[in-house]
Every structure is written in C-alpha cells, then in structure tokens.
Write a protein of this length. Structure first.
Lengths: 539, 432
C-alpha cells in the first residue's frame, strides 16, 4: 500500500514537473555553500524543477545532516549521529577512509536559510499523497507568507486538490502569497480572505502588510481582517494566561506539600526542605544518566523509575536527618530552625563536592517537549506546553495520594493522633517516635517528588532548593498551618495572583507585591486562611 | 582584640586565635606555593567567587588564572621570579569582594589582582584598588560607563558586543528585525545595556512602541508569562529578543521558548551572557539557531585556539576539575582572563618592575596573539582591549557556529555615545 502511494507520488511529481532532471553535484554544492543570497536562489531553482534527490537533500539540510567532503562533494549522513554517508547527487553510498571524519566540513545554516528551507520543503510536500502532509505543507507555506513566486505552485495544487480542509488551507496560503502582490486588486482580495485564518502567524503577516500598504481600500480590508483574527485569538490568549497561573500554582503546591506535613502537621521548621527537593532532582538526574547509559531505547520512560527513586532518596535522607538530629529538638522551634539551616548547608556542600558546583543537565523525555493544542478549531493559538500539563496532573495525583494517606490509612491516623496530642496517643499504644520518623520521611519524600518535577522545568544544581524554600513556607503559612485544603487554596491563589500581576506590572514588581500582600495578610490573620479549631491549637 | 582576659583563659584563647589564623591561612592560601619560594616570588591575587550563586561562572576563571600561572612558571616565570597565586573566595558576596581586595593588597601585598564577574562586585572593589593603588584585571563583558586608571578591562564594552549584535539582527541575514524585546535580569548591567540599546535603536528609527523592555529578578525560574508576551508582541512585526538574562535563569527561559514553539527563525534571541559554559546544563536541541554575541567562541578554528583548548583540556584532566575533566569547555571570559594575565606578564617584563604605575604605563599598546584568532591589542589610552565581535548560532551540541564577525578588531568605547552626558568625557582615565 505504502509503496503504491510512493510510486503514485513519484509519478505525480514527474507529471507535475516535466522538466525534472537529476540533481547535479554543482547544484548540490550551490545550495550547501556560498553567500546566503546565492544559496537561496539555488534552493529556488531546485524547487522549480524537483526530483527525488532534491527532496532528500533539502530535508537533510534542514536536519543539519549535510557535510562537505574533501573534494567538494556534498555528503548526506543517513542518520543524525553522522552515520554512513551517501552522495547528495547520486544517492550512492560513500565509504570514507577512517580518518576522514575530521576533514568533513559542516554545512552552515542561518535563520534566513532555515526559513527558506522550510518553505521549499513545504512546496515539495504540496504534491504528497498523504493528506496530513499536504495540509501541513499548506500551513507552512501560509506561515512563510508573502512570496509572489509561490502563487503558481499553489494554483496547480489548488486545481488538483479534492479535500475541502486542505483546499481551504491552500487558498489561505495563496492569499498570504498574494498579499504582497504589486496589483492592488489582488492584494485586496487576499486581505479579505486572510481574515478567515485562525493562525497567529496571520496576525504577523497582516501587521507587516499594514505597515507597508499605501492603498486606503486595501488598508481598510487589512484592518478588518486583523480585527477578525485578533478576536479569534483573544480567548486563547486569556486562557493561556489562566493556564500559566495554574501551572505556577501546581509547582507551588508540589513544593509546599511536603512542608505541609513536616511543618504543618509536625511543627518542624524545616529549613532543609529545599535541599530535600534538590536531592530528589539529583536522583532524577542519576536515573536519567543511567537510562541513557544502559537503556537508551527506554529513555522516554525514565521518569517512571525516577519518581520512586526521587521519593526514596529524599525519604531516606529525611529519615536519617530525623533520627540523628531533629528528634532531639522537638518542641524547640528556634533550635530546629538553626539545626535544619545548618543541615541544608551541609547537604548543599555534600552535593557540590559529589557533583560539582555546576548545574547538571536533565533532559526531558521527548513526550514532555512541545505543546498540546486544545480545540484547534475553536481556539487557535491556544496550546498548552506538555511539560507544564504533566506537572499539573502530577501535582493533583500527589495531592490525592497524600490526602488519602493522611485521611484513610493507619499511618495517617497515627500521624494526626501524634500531632494533635502526643501523650494521649502514646498512652493508646501509638509508637510516637516511629510515627515521627515515618511522617518526616513522608514529607521529605514528597519534597523529593517535587524535585523530580522541578528538574523538568528548571535548573538542577546544588542551589535548587534555595530558590523554592521561601515560596514553600509562604504557601504553608498563608494556607494555615496544619491544613491541607488551605495549602491547596494558598498555592492556587498565589499562583494566579502572581501571574495576573506579572502580566500587568512585570515580574519584579509582581514578586514584591505578592510578598507585601502576604505580610499584610499574616498581620491581619496570623492563623492563615484556614485555622485549626479546638484545643490542640492552644497548646 | 583581647582586652583583659583572665589568666586562666589566656592560653586557650591564644590557642583559639592560632587555630583561627591557621584556618584563615588554609582557606586563603590553600594553593599557595611552598614558603621556601616566598622570598623570590611575585604574588598574584585571584579574586573569584568559589561559592554562592556566581561560583558557576567564576570558578573556571580561577582555574584559568592558575593554568596561565603554571604555564608562565614552567617557562621560567617573570623577571626571573616564579608567580605565586594567592586565592581568596569572596563567596558571591559583594561587600566581601572589597574586604578581600584590601586583604590581598595590604596583607599579601600582591602585585596584581585578577577577578570579579558581576558589575556590582567590580563597583565594590573599585574604591579599594584606587585608594591603595592596586591593579585589577576584569575579564567580563560589562556595561561601560567606567574608566579607572587602576583597572584593565579585558572583556567587551557595549560597542564591542551589544551594538554589533543588534546591527546583525537588523541586517537581511539576521532576519531584518523591526521590533525589539529587551529582556534582562534586574541589575546594573542589563539596565545600562538596555538604556544604550534603546537610544541606539531610536537613532536607527525604531519607535518606542516597537521596543518592549522587561526585567526579572535574579534566579527567576518561571518564564511562561514573559514568553507568552514575547509571542504576542512578535505578532506586530518581525521581532528579535535581546537577552541580558544572567546566570542560570537562562535555562528555564530557553526551555520555555522551546516549549512555546518560538523558533529561532521566527523570533531570534541574541544573548550576551550565554556561552558554552552556561549551555552545559541545557538540552540545546530546541535552541538551535538562537544567537549569542561574544569576542571568542570555543568553535573558532585557528592554531592559537586549538592550542588554547588543548592546554585547557590537559590542565582540566591533570587537576581533575569537576565537569571539565570529562567535557572541557572554554569560553569568552576565560579567553579574556588568559589574555589579561599574559599581557600583564609582558608589561612587567617591559617595565622591569611590578610597580603599579610602571606596569600601567607599560600596558599601553601591548599585543598578544589571542585564541579568537586576532592579535589582541591593549588600547594606548583607554585600558580596554581592541576586540573582534562574533555572532554565533547555538548548535545542537551546545557549541556555536560563527555566522558573522566584524571585519577588523573594534576599539572599545567605555563611554557610550548613546548615553546623554557622555559627549565630552575623555577616552582615558583621569590622572590623579
């Protein structure tokens, strides 16, 4: 089936371009080398009369797999790692002497050439047999915008197109290409048609045309289209802003959840909480390195191992801290604060000695890159970054798991009992010391999970914890110590408020404003959003 | 120190003092040469943060100085004397920079200091070196607006980095940018650079409404709103972003750019503080095509640079430097440090003395064959190097492809003509 399609495509290509001739070595060289203007002209010539090798060469150029051999031969690496080479003109495999790899010269691209190549490749794909590929090509040409030379190409494609969706995209692409036409009538028609587009790139195109346009009638049409496009995009942008707030909230929540146990429930002012996150992030890094080393085929799945690893690593460190230092200091908040502060410095220096002061690179799995377009028909331009989306879901899962653990399990019951009334719990036979260790380990483990999540959006370095510890305390204190619901609400509120303010006054002032708000709020309501009622609070 | 200690306490206190002194000596001089050398060595101060936030960037400069000192000593030293490094750690703490400088100049009596990275640390050191007539070599690109007779600036002034970068982005090959986002960390270097750039862009006919200036706090890690704003702003016309974001905030910024699908060919970002070292912690695949402007890239091919990289790799392996022993990287401030110490050596030899004033006089017009491929020259008057400017594009392997460079080395203009009030200022430090 696929072979038949391919054959059909090649036939169609031959039918389209009767002038097609084999790609020659000088042609390939002219694309790979020289002044940018000349290379662009050479690409244009190749696209006007394409053959199979042209498509391969242009694709390889765009993937940066093309090299210049010692005798001015243009070579294409067949895989991204630089593997076996084939000759660009003939397609024949080339065996190089073993020491030749250093004499190969990289073919350089700049951003202008990259744009041209995208356009050229899209033009070649216009006659593809695959509908999705044609649609993508039409959209890419549309984004490439005002090039008069592409109109003929698009006209032939439009004449042959059967599918309504692709046809619509092709017409828009044609309008985009015509928008810079020297004839005012054509420009006017194009300007009117472009208003139907839902792509953010159209806005750029319309704005650019508007700044150059002299004809008043075309200007009016352009303005009308611009308004139409902006209206369709407006909702997507508003939702996007809301999403950034929720995304920040999810990170704040993850960062604060562990602290909600160690500080909120147990009352330990744990200044080393940030460093426990840092340990989780380093555990993630190590798992990632291990996967790359030994299981490269499963690299995309490394997070599944990294999550429990991060949890365990931080929980173990947390348990060790509790056993050795913190358990001697219960009920002495000032000493705890100092001791955990010291511990945080020790942990940071330990990591610095082990891994170096430099940040380490944590590569996200490929499925966490890019973004997800929701309702592309209704809300064009509204796409959610995949990694943020994953973290929101992750935060919700962790939150759910933790609230179940605290509310429904025996351990949760013991933790609540011990924190509410230690002597009575002890009288009832609850092993309070062990419960303390478990609870602290749980809080630390949650910090580890937060570190695992943070490694996907930010830096992983010895100082990672320092930048989040203040936020974590802010959320817990604002929410009300000992209250999970308060922590969730505070995280959400701070996230949304921070992002809403940032959009108006900028990041620096937004941060200051939020801090000021919290100071005032805590002055007025020291117990936070939610207060624990009852006698436990007074003791 | 001791007022009237009771007799029984005295031995203990003295003991404690001694321990303190030993500890101080250990931290201060942990790599100093053996005391036997003390008489016939020249002391060289190294003032880079080895802990705290700036350790990431500065540690490697300390190692560069040590490498150069090893190299010079292996060739017989300067004026027949070996160089002896005195390393102090100002710990990314700006007032501590001034204190450590005073210690280096008055207690250790160093002949010269190599140090500082952030402008705020340089500003803190400046009054001390001027008061004690010391000598400081500052190796990092900065905002200009300063000229001290006691400082040699081996990094770039704004006209040797920022302005050529903007010129490139305005050119056809750079994309012909019409609108500009000036994005930076909120402190003196980005603010001043952006002030200069704004004035420069205006002189090129860019309207105020086409310039968007934004700042983030140090260590900012959530760039969602900013990237969304850039995306929106870029719909109004061909946009370029000039980033003076400093330190590791760059990583989340570039990650966000990649996620938001802002490609370099649509909205190129040119960065002034992002080099090989900063990209070490980043997955660079989504960043291919974004730009950086520097006076040196590791990927520049010439024999001097090959030798420089080889020297560094060997040194990093021999000294087991974390990170660099497996993946040695060189960058612009390292090159500037290396040029600085070699020029200082030449100047001392020319002056036949380490006396500050004689060395300052001998520095004028010194030349050195720089790894960037040019013969670097110290200006006769203004204490800055003449430098070539390179624009590099980020490659998938974290290195840079040079896509543009100035035809000849550019003379530094520390007093930017684009800041009001700079017109009449002399292009040389005031004589005291």
């Amino acid at each position: 089936m696929r072979r038949a399609l391919l054959l059909g495509w090649i036939l169609a290509l031959c039918g389209l371009a009767p002038l097609a001739h084999a790609l020659t070595q000088p042609q390939a060289l002219s694309v790979a080398q020289g002044e940018t203007d000349d290379r662009i002209a050479a690409i244009g010539k190749l696209v006007a009369a394409p053959d199979e090798r042209t498509a391969v060469l242009l694709q390889a150029l765009s993937d940066e797999r093309v090299k210049l051999g010692p005798d001015q031969r243009v070579l294409i690496a067949t895989d991204a790692g630089g593997g076996p080479f084939v000759d660009a003109a003939t397609g024949a495999a080339v065996t190089l002497p073993p020491d030749a790899s250093s004499s190969l010269e990289d073919v350089m691209l700049n951003n202008r050439l990259r744009g041209e190549l995208d356009g050229a490749l899209a033009a070649l794909h216009l006659s593809s047999a695959d509908k999705a590929e044609r649609l993508a090509a039409a959209k890419a040409l549309m984004d490439a915008g005002g090039d008069d030379a592409r109109v003929a190409l698009l006209d032939t494609a439009i004449a042959k197109e059967q599918d309504a969706t692709v046809l619509g995209a092709l017409k828009l692409a044609r309008a985009a290409a015509l928008a810079a036409s020297p004839e005012a009538a054509k420009r006017l028609a194009a300007a009117k048609l472009l208003g139907e587009s839902h792509s953010p790139e159209t806005r750029l195109l319309l704005n650019q045309r508007l700044s150059d346009e002299q004809d008043p009638e075309v200007r009016r049409a352009l303005q009308r289209s611009l308004r139409a496009v902006e209206d369709t995009l407006a909702w997507g942008e508003r939702l996007g802003a809301l999403f950034t707030g929720i995304s920040l909230a999810s990170i704040l929540l993850l960062v604060a959840l562990g602290l909600a146990i160690t500080y909120g429930l147990m009352g330990v002012i744990n200044m080393a909480h940030g460093e426990l996150m840092m340990i989780g992030a380093y555990a993630t890094y190590l798992v990632q390195v291990a996967f790359r080393q030994w299981l490269p085929g499963w690299f995309d799945a490394y997070l599944i191992v990294a999550m429990p690893a991060a949890f365990l690593a931080s929980a173990l460190v947390g348990a060790a801290l509790e056993r050795t230092v913190i358990r001697w200091l219960y009920g002495r908040p000032l000493e705890t604060l100092l001791a955990t502060w010291g511990l945080s410095l020790v942990l940071m220096q330990a990591v610095r000695s082990l891994f170096g002061a430099q940040n380490v690179a944590v590569e996200s799995p490929s499925w966490m890159g890019g973004s997800l377009a929701l309702l592309p028909g209704l809300m064009p331009g509204f796409a959610l970054p995949a990694n943020r989306l994953v973290i929101i879901v992750f935060a919700l899962v962790v939150l759910g798991g933790m609230s179940l653990l605290i509310a429904r399990t025996r351990l949760g019951l013991f933790v609540r009992a011990v924190t509410q009334n230690r002597p009575i719990a002890s009288c009832m036979g609850v092993p309070t010391a062990r419960v303390d260790t478990y609870a602290f380990a749980l809080g630390s483990g949650l910090a580890g999970l937060a570190g695992c999540a943070l490694s996907q959006v930010g830096n992983v370095g010895p100082d990672l914890g320092q930048s989040y510890i203040v936020d974590a305390f802010m959320v817990v204190v604002l929410g009300g110590v000992g209250q999970l619901a308060g922590t969730v609400l505070a995280a959400l509120g701070l996230g949304l408020a921070n992002k809403a303010l940032e959009g108006v006054v900028g990041a620096v002032l937004a941060k200051i404003a939020v801090l000021l708000f919290i100071i005032v709020f805590i002055q007025k309501r020291p117990q936070g959003l939610f207060a624990v009622k009852g006698r436990a609070q007074e003791s | 120190m001791s007022s009237h200690p009771s007799k029984s306490l005295r031995p203990q206190r003295r003991h404690a003092l001694k321990t303190l002194a030993v500890a101080g000596a250990l931290t201060g001089l942990n790599l100093a040469a053996l005391p036997a050398f003390a008489a016939d060595t020249i002391k060289v101060g190294v003032l880079h943060s080895l802990s705290g936030t700036m350790a990431i960037s500065e540690t490697v400069l300390k190692d560069t100085v040590l490498m150069a000192i090893d190299e010079i000593n292996a060739k017989g030293g300067v004026l027949g004397k070996k160089l002896e490094p005195v390393i102090v750690d100002p710990a990314s703490n700006w007032p501590l920079f001034a204190e450590k400088t005073r210690q280096l100049l008055t207690q250790d009596k160093v002949a010269v200091i190599f140090g500082c990275w952030t402008s705020v640390s340089r500003k803190s050191v400046l009054p001390v070196v001027e008061e004690l007539n010391g000598l400081l070599f500052y190796p990092v690109q900065y905002e200009g607006e300063e000229l001290s007779k006691n400082v040699f600036y081996t990094g770039a002034a704004p006209n040797q980095q920022a302005i050529p970068a903007v010129d490139y982005l305005m050119s056809k090959d750079g994309g012909g940018a019409k609108r500009w986002v000036l994005l930076g960390t909120d402190y003196v270097y980005p603010r001043t650079t952006n002030k200069i750039l704004r004035a420069y862009l205006k002189s090129k006919g860019v309207k105020d409404s086409d310039i968007d200036e934004k700042y983030t706090p140090f260590g900012h890690s959530d760039y969602q709103t900013i990237v969304a704003d850039i995306k929106k702003f870029s719909a109004g016309g061909k946009t370029a972003v000039v980033s003076t974001i400093n330190g590791d905030s760059n990583v989340p910024f570039y990650k966000e750019l990649g996620n938001a699908g802002l490609k370099a060919k649509d909205v190129p970002v040119v960065a002034f503080s992002v080099g090989e070292e900063e990209l070490r912690g980043v997955d660079t695949k989504p960043l291919v095509g974004h730009l950086a402007a520097w006076n040196y890239f590791m990927s520049i091919k010439n024999p001097t640079n090959d030798a420089f990289i080889k020297k560094w790799s060997t040194y990093a392996k021999a000294k087991n430097l974390p990170g660099h022993k497996d993946k040695p990287l060189t960058n612009d401030p390292m090159e500037a440090t290396y040029i600085g110490i070699n020029m200082w050596k030449q100047a001392v030899e020319k002056a036949k003395s380490t006396d500050t004033d004689k060395v300052i006089a001998a520095m004028a017009g010194q030349t050195f064959s720089a790894p960037s491929g040019i013969t670097s020259k110290m200006d006769e008057k203004n204490h800055h190097l003449h430098k070539s400017v390179f624009i590099g594009e980020i490659r998938a392997d974290g290195q840079f492809n040079v896509v543009w460079k100035t035809p000849a080395p550019v003379k530094a203009k520390p007093w930017s003509p684009y800041i009001a009030g700079n017109e009449g200022k002399p292009d040389e430090p005031a004589k005291k």
